[in-house]
Structure formats: structure tokens, C-alpha cells
Write a protein that binds this ligand. Structure first.
Ligand code: ATP
Ligand code: MG
Length: 633
């Protein structure tokens, strides 16, 4: 069987990566590749960097594929996180000693970020660049360089260019004496591989009931069954170094819901974050080299800093905001990903359903601008990278700087997914559309316990806004599908218009290729298009001339002018095409008993919606009916 062959192959590959040697041999290895002695923080940064750093030419925000392949729309926050924490910590700056605290609203991606780091480290430790070595059979996978005596560390630095930090742990101190007779060079070193499942280099601590939770979960405990054998509680061999802090050494420890934790647990972190060591049992301090990542929500964080008792710890925490995404297009991707990972992936979700939901969600997260000219829907467009007439890139930056806490409140993606799933269950169908989703989102608001009455009303208004946006999208979609080939028709119409405009401006006649007649410019045709965008009789000449100027400017630069080259002309053409169609669409979509011709047309349109626009027959029919009702209002 293929799968078993692959399992075997994987096992063999892992086998090949293994390495065991003496400390002496390890030092030889270090001479060739000093980078394998890097600190945990530096390894995390290099792991991110090795996956690439992208900088788009018209954006000053860097993108890190390590994150951006999975986390959407949070480029600014991720850049801050990588540069201000990971990068600085890798360069041994002081932030390395701080706990990284991700703060953000529920379902905003905090756990996803931590999981990416964990899974990333597991994989990275399998590569040459991310290789990690430790004293063999050490429960804390201690750094072999701790074997180098303090008084020789400066010399070591001179020779190897590597700074050694940390003290040999009590356990390995004892093993060095008992097993190796003090001969450091003989101590065995092995390559290790991070694994959360095997509790190597990756730990997770989550608070439980404070009464029953034991500090041993963090720092290990005495193994009473072995005290008799070793004779004393302070014999390190009678201690199990199996707390999360021990197990996460050299890698990363996740501290879930850190601020929910009992204070006594947090105090342990004080010395760890300052001196890089922690106290376990009756032993001298144990050096640890690990990144601690915690997460919490805003209200817990506020009450934490308001408590004076927490000052010392507070100053040892670096807080990074993880707000909600504020870009509609990215929000849509989040839903797509979540649905793909769920048990709903077989359900047909009609085009624009997720986008409509995303419009609603992002609206709930935005804050009103002080700028009178910008309402929330405009802001929504600008944030999503759309071009809005009269606004420049700088305006978008100013908008983003207006509210530092934008994105820290509003509707979370999990709520949306839950509502979609409940709509699917209720409809009991394998197809769901934007209206179903909006309805379900709205109904859910009443059951949502943590939304204030005021917000609920506001959110209901946003449902209506999203609905109106969808109406426009739906109308356009159907009208386009009614034209045999929208692009073709638009092109023909625009060429026809331009021929006439040229003749009009230059006082020419138009040559009719079929009859051979010389005709005057067709005023009626030109006006029927111009009127669509409100160009008056007085303004028509200027408009036509401006278009001709644009055409010749294009020609000079060697570009081809088409109907997409002129924003307003495109709008006029589209409206004209739709206006011509309106009656056909209206009648065809709303008749109760269509005649043969209408039926043929409907089937054609449905086929086009299915083939070209991603509908299935069910959702295409629903769309037609809905648009019919809209046009008849
Ligand atoms: N910006 C985003 N990009 C991609 N996925 C996201 C984003 N925000 C949220 N998600 C998705 O939403 C879901 C919830 O995210 P996650 O569990 O990471 O949130 P959290 O901040 O840890 O929430 P909680 O506070 O409830 O623990 C996940 O499936 C995650 O993939
Ligand atoms: Mg979480």
C-alpha cells in the first residue's frame, strides 16, 4: 500500500537525521556551523525569515509568507510582531527576556499564530538550518554549551564567536560527575527534534481550577518513588523535570489565557523573564532558553494592569495587538478557509454569499471617521484597496491612524461560520445564498449574549447595508448573464460610440460599410449613452472632446484604448446595456408562466450563470427570482 510505503520512507528519513556524538565531536560540528548553537528566539526568527520576506513595491508593509499563507489581512500587526519582537529578540536585545503577550478579541487568530509557530518549529528542527542539539537523554534537552565552565567562556567566544549563557543544570552536573567522571569532552550529545506530542521543545500551559492546579505543571515535581533509592529530596535524580517550562526548553512555551492564571504561577515567570532561569524543587536555579508566548483578551488585560500588584510582571511583558481583519476580501478568504476545514465543505455556497457576510462583519468592526466625507461603506472600500473617487493612499493611512483600537471589537469569524452552518441545517439544502446567510446572521444577533442592546441595533442596520450592497451585485450579475457575451457587446457598443464621437468632433461623415452610404454622426445613439451618466446637452461637446484627447494620449504612449480605459465611459456603457435589457430581464425573471421564448432565455441565462459564474442550477434559479422581484419594486 502506498501510504505504508510513505510511512516507512518517512521513518527512514528521520533515522538519517539522527546524530549522536561526544561533546568533543559536537564542538567540531560547531566550528563548521556555528548557527546550530543559536538561541530559541533566534531560531524562531530565522524560521520565519527563511520562508521569505516580501515587500510589494507600492506598499511599505512587509509580508511574511510564514504567516501570510494562513493569517489573512493582518499584515501591519504581523509586521510589528516579527520586527519588534521576533527580530529584536533574535538579536539578543532585551525584549527576548520578556513574555510575548498576544492581545486581541475572541477568534481573532491568536491561537492560530501560536500554532503556526509550534508547527513551524517542529518542521524547522528537521532541517539543516533549524537543527538543535542537546545533552543526550536530558529531560530538558539542555544546551550542551552549558558544559563549558564559566571561566573559559570568554575564550570560547574568541575562538567560536558564540556567547554561552546559562548554567549547567543540577541534574547534568551530577551526571557529569557520576557518569562521565567529570570529563566534559566525553559527555554525549544528540540531535533532537521538536515535537509537541512527545513534549520536546514545545510546551503548553493552560490554567485550570486554581485550587487543584499545581506549580508542578510548570516546573516539575519530586518523584517520591525514587527518594528511597537516592536517599534525599534534593538529589536531582529523584526529581522529575517534566513541567511545561522544562519540556519547552530550547523552543517555545504557549501560556494559554495567561491572565486567568493564579498569581503564584505568574510569579514564577518573573525570574525566568528577567534572569533566564527558574526555580524547581530544592535545586539551584535552572537556566532556560525558551520563548514564552501567552494570549489574552482586552478586558482581562485591562484588569491585570489596573492591579498594582502586577506591576513587576507587567513591565516584563511585551503586548502585541492581534485585532480583527478589516479587509472584506481577506475576510472572505478566512471564511473560505474555515469552511474548507469544516464538515460543510460539500455544501454549495452561492457566489457573493461569503462576501456579503464579510461586508457585514467588517462594518461591525469599523469606527466612524471624524472626516465628514467618509461614511463607513466608503471606509470599507478604501480599506479593501478599492479606488474611491477623491481619495488617495495617504487618506487611507490617515484613516488607519485615526483609531488605534479599531478592529478590537465587532463580530468574530467564528460567529459567522456558526450562523452559516445553522442556516444550512435549517434549510436542509445543499445550497445556500447571501440572503440565507444574512437572515441567519440577523437572527443570531438576538441570541448573542455578549452584544449590548445598542450594538445589536447598530448591527441590524449593517445587515441592511450589506443587503443593499448585495442587491447591486446580484442585479449586475444577472444583467451580465443576459447579454450573450457581455464583453463583446460592450466592446461593439463602445466602438460604435467612438466612431460617432470622432465624426462629430471632426465634422466627418461616417461610412456605412454595408450600404456604402455616408451618414451623419448618430446623435441619438451618443445621447442615449451619455444620458446614462447624467451628461447634459451643454456638457456633451466637452465630454466627447475629452474622450478623443484621451484616445490620442493613449495612442502616443502605444496603449490601446478600450472601454475600460475611461472610468465614466465604462459606467455609461454598462448602464446603457443594462437599460436596454431591463425590460427583458424584468419580464423574463418575473413571469409566472413563461412562454417558449422566455423559457429558452431563462435556461440560457441559468446555463451561463452555472458555467461562467460559479452557481449551481438551484442557486442560479434563486438569484433570478430575487433579481426579478428587485426590478419589479
Ligand atoms: N486574520 C485571520 N486570518 C485567518 N484566519 C483567521 C483570522 N482571524 C481568525 N481566523 C480563524 O478564526 C478561527 C479562530 O481563530 P483563533 O482560534 O486563532 O482565535 P483566538 O484569537 O485564539 O480566539 P480565542 O480568543 O477564542 O481563543 C480560526 O479558524 C482561524 O483560522
Ligand atoms: Mg485561542
Amino acid at each position: 500500500m502506498d501510504i505504508l510505503r510513505k510511512v516507512k520512507q518517512h521513518r527512514e528519513e528521520q533515522e538519517q537525521l539522527k546524530w549522536v556524538g561526544t561533546f568533543e565531536e559536537y564542538l567540531e560540528l560547531l566550528k563548521e556551523r556555528p548557527e546550530i548553537a543559536q538561541s530559541a528566539h533566534s531560531r524562531v526568527y530565522n524560521m520565519i525569515r527563511d520562508r521569505g520576506i516580501e515587500q510589494h513595491k507600492d506598499s511599505d508593509v512587509k509580508k511574511y509568507p510564514f504567516f501570510s499563507d494562513h493569517i489573512y489581512g493582518l499584515e501591519e500587526s504581523i509586521e510589528r510582531l516579527v520586527e519588534e519582537y521576533f527580530h529584536s529578540a533574535a538579536r539578543r536585545l532585551d525584549v527576548r527576556k520578556r513574555i510575548l503577550l498576544l492581545m486581541g478579541p475572541v477568534s481573532g487568530g491568536k491561537s492560530t499564530i501560536v500554532n503556526l509557530l509550534k508547527r513551524g518549529l517542529e518542521e524547522y528542527s528537521l532541517t539543516d538550518e533549524g537543527a538543535v542539539y542537546a545533552i543526550k537523554d536530558c529531560p530538558m534537552q539542555e544546551d550542551p554549551l552549558h558544559l563549558i565552565p564559566y571561566h573559559l567562556r570568554d575564550e570560547f567566544y574568541e575562538e567560536y564567536g558564540i556567547k554561552v549563557e546559562g548554567t549547567l543544570s543540577p541534574l547534568n552536573q551530577m551526571r557529569l560527575e557520576e557518569e562521565y567522571g567529570g570529563r566534559v569532552e566525553d559527555v554525549l550529545v544528540e540531535r533532537i527534534f521538536f515535537s509537541e506530542d512527545r513534549r520536546t521543545g514545545i510546551g503548553t500551559f493552560s490554567p485550570s481550577d486554581p485550587k487543584s492546579q499545581d506549580i508542578a505543571d510548570l516546573t516539575g515535581s519530586i518523584d517520591f518513588s525514587t527518594i528511597a533509592e537516592y536517599g534525599s529530596e534534593s538529589d536531582p535524580r529523584a526529581y522529575r523535570f517534566d513541567g511545561e517550562l522544562n519540556k519547552a526548553n530550547r523552543g517555545l512555551m504557549e501560556f494559554q489565557e495567561m491572565l486567568k492564571c493564579d498569581e503564584k504561577f505568574l510569579w514564577h515567570l518573573l525570574s525566568l523573564t528577567q534572569e533566564g532561569n527558574f526555580k524547581a524543587g530544592r535545586f539551584a536555579l535552572i537556566s532556560a532558553d525558551e520563548m514564552i508566548v501567552a494570549h489574552t483578551n482586552e478586558s482581562e488585560y485591562r484588569s491585570f494592569i489596573n492591579n498594582k500588584k502586577n506591576e513587576a510582571l507587567h513591565s516584563r511583558i511585551i503586548v502585541m495587538n492581534v485585532p480583527y481583519n478589516l479587509k472584506v476580501t481577506e475576510e472572505e478568504r478566512i471564511y473560505e478557509k474555515m469552511i474548507e476545514d469544516s464538515d460543510m465543505s460539500h455544501v454549495h455556497i452561492a457566489p457573493h454569499a461569503l462576501r456579503t457576510a464579510a461586508i457585514f462583519t467588517v462594518l461591525t468592526r469599523l469606527k466612524e471617521s471624524h472626516n465628514q466625507g467618509i461614511d463607513l461603506t466608503k471606509k470599507l472600500r478604501l480599506y479593501d484597496g478599492e479606488i474611491v473617487e477623491g481619495f488617495k493612499e495617504q487618506d487611507v493611512k490617515d484613516l488607519k491612524n485615526e483609531h488605534q483600537d479599531e478592529g478590537m471589537t465587532g463580530i468574530d469569524p467564528r460567529y459567522v461560520i456558526n450562523r452559516i452552518s445553522s442556516a444550512i441545517i435549517r434549510k436542509d439544502a445543499y445550497s445556500i445564498n447571501a440572503l440565507d446567510v444574512l437572515r441567519s446572521l440577523k437572527e443570531g444577533l438576538d441570541q448573542h449574549a455578549s452584544i449590548s442592546k445598542e450594538d445589536r441595533e447598530r448591527y441590524k442596520d449593517f445587515i441592511s447595508v450589506a443587503r443593499r450592497e448585495y442587491d447591486e451585485i446580484a442585479k449586475k450579475e444577472v444583467q451580465k448573464a443576459f447579454v450573450y457575451s457581455y464583453e463583446e457587446s460592450a466592446k461593439t457598443l463602445v466602438n460604435n460610440y467612438l466612431d460617432n464621437v470622432e465624426a462629430y468632433c471632426n465634422n466627418h461623415k461616417i461610412h456605412d460599410p454595408i450600404t456604402g452610404d455616408e451618414l451623419n454622426a448618430d446623435e441619438k445613439l451618443m445621447r442615449s449613452i451619455e444620458e446614462q451618466i447624467g451628461i447634459s446637452e451643454n456638457a456633451k461637446k466637452a465630454f466627447r472632446e475629452e474622450i478623443l484627447i484621451r484616445i490620442s494620449a493613449y495612442a502616443r504612449k502605444g496603449y490601446k484604448f478600450d472601454y475600460n480605459s475611461h472610468e465614466r465611459l465604462r459606467e455609461a456603457i454598462q448602464k446603457k446595456l443594462f437599460a436596454d435589457l431591463k425590460d427583458v430581464v424584468k419580464i423574463t425573471t418575473s413571469v409566472k408562466t413563461p412562454d417558449e421564448n422566455q423559457l429558452k432565455k431563462i435556461n440560457e441565462v441559468i446555463a451561463r450563470l452555472v458555467d461562467e459564474h460559479g452557481y449551481n442550477t438551484h442557486s442560479a434559479n434563486e438569484l433570478l427570482k430575487y433579481v426579478g422581484s428587485l426590478l419589479n419594486r
